[in-house]
Design a binder for this molecule. Structure first.
Ligand code: ZN
Length: 359
């Protein structure tokens, strides 16, 4: 495996990208977070904020940062507008052309006390403005907070269905998977599907067993899986997922394996490295870019540097992303042809006469 080169970074920056797994609250710029904190009378000390935005030996759990936003900092729809437009501007600057990003309405409505409709309208306005100003297309995923329980999940899906809007394409589920397996949320997902919403779910994260991925697919009947790493523990089930063309939106910077695998084995034993060899369709994502200190370009670079994938693999990951995105069929087909041609032209320009990086 070769190391990353400036050509690789430039190539990955230039290549057209979709992002399918990113959380609005995990993409807040540090300066914005500090502004919101100041406005609230500085309930969080500067040191604590630095801790939120530090990635290293003693990282503050990302989930705590997200809860702080709900409880202390987000106060009105304009805050959500600002966070969404800044996220989309930053993504567009990385040549992300289509972003499907998650937001947890339950915390916004029940903790920040912003009515659902006002919150949704603000984020949708940011999506429309970003489209007009930066050319990026955006879709919102209303995500169930699994820690709030199944009843709150059904309530949330009802809010979405009562305020239908093209930009809110579907639902997801996140927060702590431990003790909150997918099957608890069957009713919320059935309601969403009956209402014509698309569906995804975080499953098989935090080392939770592959049976959670199975439950997400067979009980919740989701279109795609976020994370899903423990599928590698069950090769026969993995073969089934491959045959069903399930897309896995993976996150190279996910902290579970950073914490649990020895540093010298991390990149070698990481499930992401093994997933494509099992026939699984994967697509790399930032998840919480500002908290993980990562950009879309850097996320793709890690697929080469850390996991040894080559340009042919990256090309297939790019096409997997388009295949799994919640796009109109006509757009999907056009992008698959156009982006593949664009990828090949960039490859010729940046790696002329060489096989390029990776294996
Ligand atoms: Zn996530």
């Amino acid at each position: 495996m070769s190391v990353a080169t400036p050509a690789l970074e430039s190539f990955l920056h230039a290549m057209p990208k979709v992002e399918l797994h990113c959380h609005l609250f995990g993409s807040v710029r540090k300066a914005t977070f500090e502004d919101l904190n100041r406005r609230a009378g500085s309930p969080l000390a500067a040191q604590e904020i630095d801790g939120f935005y530090t990635r290293g030996d003693k990282p503050v759990g990302v989930l705590r940062v997200l809860r702080a936003l709900d409880a202390m900092l987000v106060r009105g729809p304009e805050d959500l507008y600002r966070m969404a437009i800044e996220y989309l501007l930053d993504a567009a600057g990385q040549n992300v052309r289509h972003a499907e990003f998650s937001w947890n309405p339950t915390g916004t409505v029940r903790v920040s006390r912003i009515p659902y409709r006002e919150a949704q309208d603000a984020i949708v306005r940011a999506i429309r403005d970003a489209r007009a100003q930066f050319g990026i297309s955006g879709r919102l995923i209303a995500a169930i907070d699994r820690e709030a329980g199944p009843k709150a999940a059904v309530d949330m899906v009802e809010w979405v269905l009562h305020n239908r809007c093209e930009e809110v394409a579907g639902i997801g589920i996140d927060y702590r998977e431990v003790d909150h397996p997918p099957e608890l949320f069957e009713q919320a997902y059935a309601l969403a599907r009956a209402g014509g919403l698309r569906t995804t779910a975080h499953a098989g994260e935090f080392g939770m067993p592959w049976t959670n991925v199975l439950a997400a697919l067979d009980v919740l009947k989701v279109d795609r899986i976020d994370h899903g790493y423990t599928v590698v523990d069950a090769p026969q089930f993995a073969a089934e997922c491959a045959a069903r063309n399930v897309l896995f939106t993976v996150v190279p910077t996910n902290s579970y394996y950073l914490r649990t695998l020895p540093p010298e084995r991390w990149a070698l034993d990481h499930p992401i490295r093994r997933m494509p060899a099992l026939g699984l369709r994967i697509h790399p994502n930032t998840d919480d870019p500002t908290l993980h200190h990562v950009t879309p370009t850097e996320t793709w670079a890690r697929m080469v540097r850390d996991f040894g994938f080559g340009l042919d693999d990256l090309r297939s990951f790019m096409l997997n992303g388009i295949a799994g995105a919640w796009l109109p069929e006509e757009t999907r087909e056009r992008w698959q042809a156009d982006w593949a041609a664009e990828f090949d032209a960039l490859r010729a320009r940046f790696f002329a006469g060489s096989a390029g990086p990776g294996k």
